[in-house]
Design a protein around this ligand. Structure first.
Ligand code: ADP
Ligand code: MG
Length: 569
């Protein structure tokens, strides 16, 4: 095995590496550091996250800098502010013994003033998100004419985030005789195009493959009906004790929704999405890093800066639009010799995407079944028994309390005690899953879920056209507030500021309870029962009325628009 001492690094850098506690270079570091120090070529590195890329390019760059000069000699582009700051911090640490080293980080969403000031001081290394750097270049602030290194870190993510134009502009203006280093976990055509256009006969290093092949991530997928997704998620969480997981959703709306439902159901989970203020995001990441809470619901973009990779599970509540995102998500589990699992909830119409992912990741995804109530109770019970068997008993510490325990349990026989201990741990699950349905769709047949409907009751809500509430929104609101797709909804009549909705009488109390006080896009919902407007004033003009909704039926809203994640550059 190579050691850091054999890579040709100066004592100042070796000292910093040892101070960080690194003993052995990662494969990409062992290959890349000597190469960058001795050869004058461009490099592409195909490597997963967590393989130590920052030091692989950061150390040789630091060693090559001319610290006397005031020119910017290295530019590192990263997809997000968090990754930029992370890279910057790491580089500053490796360079802590280099006197006079100046580095700076620029990113969007922050005032220009301080960044402009820092750039004018002539930093040796700039770490930047593409959007903000492009803006600064347009203002004539940053000077890339003396660059010796240009690093594209996580190139696939930058392109996924829509930074194509910015990258083109930056790559085209930077000093043409610089060396370009491109890192990416995947090589989609767009990344290959960048390499072909802006790089000169690059040397290719593939380091992620070895790691990826550690084979410790097992990929599972579960077919569920779209309306059973949340319930399926709960079961996946319940069946495992000690799950440390990120639950990935495609949009921030879903993140908010899933987090709210989880906390209402007694789970502790944090949300991470682009709408949160930076300070809130930092705090959530910090808590999750410490493992409390151990569930984080996140969008891909927001989770990017989170350097946690020892997860037990990665859950794809939604499949991502891009396979590269699937790779990034799943790469956060199954590290360092541990095993991990990547669980994807897939609806019925998404089956074909599985084979696509399998082709790209070069691994098989196994179809698994959503645990039934009984499976969950059984698994948790076995887990409890295992813990009882394996727990270390500290005689001295428990000793003083045992007599009191004996006294208070006097009179229970062994059988009774067992029942009671099991019940303490299990009543929650037993109750929750008593009579729980099997969520696994049967081949071809939709799961029967229609109940007979009784007479309808009309409810008036204080939202209407002015609040952009059309029937799909109203139905969505009811489904969401009641957390189900089973409410039978009849005619919906919409006015400017209110609407009347018929719901199955037997479900009306539940709907009223769920809706009252519910927040619909800033409006607090009020509900009242009213006489059926459509019979009493059936001739009124104006209200939007869907056709063919006279028969009671359970309906669901159309699927939401695909939203591009927000960017932060
Ligand atoms: P990547 O950019 O490939 O995702 P990073 O450079 O961020 O990976 O490194 C991932 C983590 O591994 C960081 O916490 C980093 O400090 C640590 N690390 C990097 N190199 C080593 C090493 N040689 N030994 C131990 N830890 C390392
Ligand atoms: Mg990195």
């Amino acid at each position: 095995m190579t050691s850091f001492d054999q890579l040709g690094l100066t004592p100042a850098l070796l000292d910093a590496i040892h101070a960080r506690g690194f003993t052995t270079p990662t494969p990409i570091q062992a290959e890349m550091i000597p190469f960058l120090l001795t050869e004058d070529r461009d490099v592409t590195g195909l490597a997963q996250t967590g393989t130590g890329k920052t030091a692989a390019f950061g150390l040789p760059i630091l060693q090559t800098l001319d610290l006397q000069s005031r020119s910017t000699q290295a530019l590192i582009l990263t997809p997000t502010r968090e990754l930029g700051l992370q890279v910057s911090r790491e580089i500053a640490e490796y360079g802590k013994n280099l006197r006079g080293l100046r580095t700076t980080t620029v990113y969007g969403g922050a005032p220009f003033g301080p960044q402009i000031r820092d750039l004018k001081a002539g930093p040796h290394i700039i770490t930047a998100t593409p959007g903000r750097l492009k803006d600064l270049l347009d203002k004539g602030i940053a000077d890339l004419s003396s660059l010796r290194f240009l690093v594209l870190d996580e190139a696939d993510q930058m392109l996924d985030m829509g930074f194509k134009d910015e990258l083109d502009a930056i790559l085209a203006t930077a000093n043409p005789s610089r060396r370009t280093l491109l890192f990416s976990a995947t090589m989609p055509p767009e990344v290959a195009r960048i390499a072909a256009t802006y790089m000169n006969n690059p040397h290719e290093i593939v380091a992620g493959r070895k790691n990826q092949g550690v084979g410790t991530v097992t990929h599972y997928y579960y077919r569920v009906h779209a309306h059973d997704k949340y319930e399926a998620l709960r079961r996946l969480i319940d069946v495992k004790s000690g799950m440390y997981a990120i639950i990935f959703c495609r949009t921030r709306e879903t993140v908010k929704d899933v987090t709210a439902r989880l906390s209402r159901d007694g789970y502790t989970a944090d949300a991470l999405h682009g709408e949160l203020a930076q300070a809130q995001r930092d705090a959530a990441m910090e808590r999750f890093r410490e493992g409390n809470p151990s569930l984080l619901v996140a969008t891909d973009v927001a989770a990017r800066g989170l350097d946690v990779d020892n997860l037990t599970h990665v859950i794809h509540y939604d499949l991502p639009d891009e396979v590269s995102a699937y790779t990034h998500r799943s790469g956060r589990t199954g590290r360092a010799g541990k095993s991990g699992a990547s669980l994807a909830l897939v609806h019925m119409r998404e089956g074909h995407r599985i084979s696509h992912i399998e082709r790209v990741i070069g691994r098989k995804m196994e179809e698994a079944r959503i645990p039934r109530g009984r499976d969950i109770c059984e698994a948790r019970l076995l887990d409890l028994l295992l813990r009882v068997k394996e727990v270390e008993v500290n005689d001295e510490a428990v000793g003083p309390y045992l007599q009191a325990v004996r006294d208070s349990l006097e009179g229970f026989d062994r059988e009774e005690l067992l029942q009671r201990f099991v019940s303490v741990e299990f009543n929650r699950f037993l109750e929750q899953y008593a009579g729980a349905e099997d969520l696994n769709p049967t081949q071809g047949k939709p799961r029967p879920k229609r109940r007979e409907t009784g007479p309808m009751v009309s409810l008036r809500l204080n939202v209407g056209r002015r609040q952009s509430a059309l029937p799909p929104q109203i139905i969505g609101l009811i489904n969401k507030a009641t957390d189900s797709g089973d409410i039978s909804i009849g005619r919906i009549t919409i006015d400017a500021d209110s609407c009347d909705v018929q719901v199955d009488g037997s479900m009306a109390p539940r709907v009223e309870k769920a809706l009252a006080g519910y927040n619909y896009q800033g409006t607090t919902i009020r509900v009242e029962r009213v006489a059926d407007r459509s019979t009493s004033t059936s001739k009124r003009r104006g209200p939007w009325r869907p056709s063919g909704t006279d028969r009671p039926q359970a309906r669901r809203p159309k699927k939401g628009r695909k939203g591009k994640p927000g960017r932060n550059g």
